[in-house]
Design a protein around this ligand. Structure first.
Ligand SMILES: Cc1cc2nc3c(=O)[nH]c(=O)nc-3n(C[C@H](O)[C@H](O)[C@H](O)COP(=O)(O)OP(=O)(O)OC[C@H]3O[C@@H](n4cnc5c(N)ncnc54)[C@H](O)[C@@H]3O)c2cc1C
Ligand SMILES: NC(=O)c1ccc[n+]([C@@H]2O[C@H](COP(=O)([O-])OP(=O)(O)OC[C@H]3O[C@@H](n4cnc5c(N)ncnc54)[C@H](O)[C@@H]3O)[C@@H](O)[C@H]2O)c1
Length: 394
């Protein structure tokens, strides 16, 4: 019989890994431990159609709940792994049980970053990572006239768009001089700044926060310039931190993410890691990367499954991402960090354009706004040829 595989974390990457192992012919015992009460689910709709109510919880499930039983994947919900004994090859659970493993996989994702702000512990101050978080935000929104959102990244702007469509007054407070600065160029930030302001969002850039106001319950946000923004709900959306504590505590190599090689293996050959919680070296980009995306969760899990099944594998993807804000679709192919030149093709005024990012005349990334053809082509060009050119006309 094949040795037991235990997966900690029943999210996008953990569920994919279990599925790929069975698809690839793994017949041994397979356990998927998750600390949430739900079947494994996708997170992208949380800040989009689940928040707006257009999709219910069942619409988030990654596989029908019966899938796990049919495929003899022992999904154990509501169960947190609290430590790993590498010498004994056992995982200790919060409920006091222990599980033996032959191979262990960490798929623990990220946690929402919080801010050490005065007043951040008041009722009505929330973060967004899970179904439970969005249920609380929806409840809060239904009884509030306005929301203040700290952080103009993906989550902040997606929630701003949904809350605005619900008729709420929305303020977004961003520390940087432009939104989504971490991932897009000036041209794309400028486009989204205009878009949100035209929709009536109060978007404050280069703005610091003094405190969150209120007694027990939040009433607003005091900015460092002295302004107070009234709001009964405050969403802190200032990025994510890898959930790599279990790995660090058991002595695995960790550096802002669990370090893995191209097969998903950690510094212990019996332990793998996949998804948002990992960091790996990309030959393509010549640096170590930590990705927070569905593409990475799925493809890295597939690669790790192949490796666990005995294949040689060196995962080094062309990453891609997307974000939906109002009826605008932003699609990102590649990683633009390190670009020395950008080319804008098409017209931001017509809400259809793309920005190509070059490094020493080599195409490294493309951001497409309502332009799926340029996105698909960019993924191919970056993946196959690494040469400049070959981009479509607007
Ligand atoms: C609101 C939101 C919107 C997003 N939108 C997009 C998008 O549009 N496009 C895109 O590409 N990406 C998007 N993402 C990112 C994407 O969802 C993640 O990259 C993806 O979910 C990563 O998968 P994962 O399995 O690594 O982590 P997760 O899906 O976070 O799963 C990790 C799971 O492990 C559990 N866990 C952690 N520690 C333990 C433990 N000790 N014991 C048991 N269980 C544990 C967690 O509770 C969680 O259920 C979004 C993320 C969020 C939060
Ligand atoms: N479309 C997508 O791919 C998508 C969509 C939603 C969420 N996600 C994932 O969810 C996670 C979290 O998303 P996010 O939007 O929170 O992170 P993010 O990193 O995209 O954006 C965080 C924003 O907060 C700002 N910020 C940081 N500190 C601040 C402060 N003190 N005051 C004001 N602003 C501050 C940053 O400058 C940045 O603009 C990430 O893993 C992200 O990849 C992805």
């Amino acid at each position: 019989m094949q040795e037991e595989i235990v997966i900690i974390g029943a999210g996008q990457a953990g569920a994919q890994l279990a599925h790929s192992l069975r698809q690839g012919g793994f017949e041994g015992p397979l356990r998927l431990i998750g600390d949430e009460p739900h079947p494994p689910y996708q997170r992208p709709p949380l800040s989009k159609k689940y928040l707006s109510g257009d999709v219910g919880a069942e619409g988030l499930w990654l596989r029908p709940p019966a899938f796990f039983e049919t495929n003899q994947i022992d999904h154990i919900p509501n169960t947190k792994a609290v430590s790993i004994d590498r010498a004994a090859k056992r995982v200790h659970l919060e409920n006091g049980d222990t599980l033996a493993y032959g191979k262990l996989v960490l798929a623990t994702g990220t946690n929402a970053r919080t801010l050490p702000l005065k007043g951040a512990d008041k009722t009505g101050v929330v973060t967004l990572r899970s179904i439970a978080d969005v249920d609380a935000i929806r409840d809060g929104l239904s009884s509030s006239s306005g929301i203040a959102i700290i952080g103009a990244g993906y989550i902040g702007l997606e929630v701003a768009a949904v809350a605005k469509a619900m008729g709420k007054s929305v303020s977004v407070i961003e520390a940087q001089d432009r939104p989504m600065k971490r991932v897009v160029s000036q041209a794309v930030s400028d486009y989204f700044t205009r878009l949100h302001r035209d929709k009536g969002i109060d978007l404050r850039l280069e703005t610091g926060i003094e405190s969150i106001e209120g007694d027990e319950t939040v009433t607003g946000v005091k900015l460092s310039n002295g302004d107070v923004i009234s709001a009964e709900l405050v969403l802190i959306a200032v990025g994510a931190e890898p959930n790599d504590h279990l790995a660090a505590e058991t002595g695995l190599e960790v550096d802002n993410g669990v370090l893995v090689d191209g097969s998903g293996q950690t510094s212990d050959p019996n332990i793998y890691a996949v998804g948002d919680c990992t960091r790996f070296y990309s030959n393509r980009y010549q640096r170590s990367v930590r990705m927070e995306s569905v593409q990475n969760a799925i493809d890295q899990a597939k690669a790790a499954a192949q490796s666990l099944l005995g294949e040689d594998i060196d995962y080094d993807p062309v990453p891609w991402f997307w974000s939906d804000q109002y009826d605008i679709k932003l699609q990102i192919a590649g990683l633009s960090e390190g670009y020395d030149e950008t080319i804008v093709v098409g017209s931001p005024a017509d809400h259809k354009f793309y920005v190509a990012y070059l490094n020493k005349r080599k195409l490294i990334a493309v951001d497409s706004i309502n332009f799926p053809r340029s996105h698909m082509l960019a993924r191919r060009v970056i993946g196959e040829t690494w040469r400049e050119g070959l981009l479509p006309d607007a």
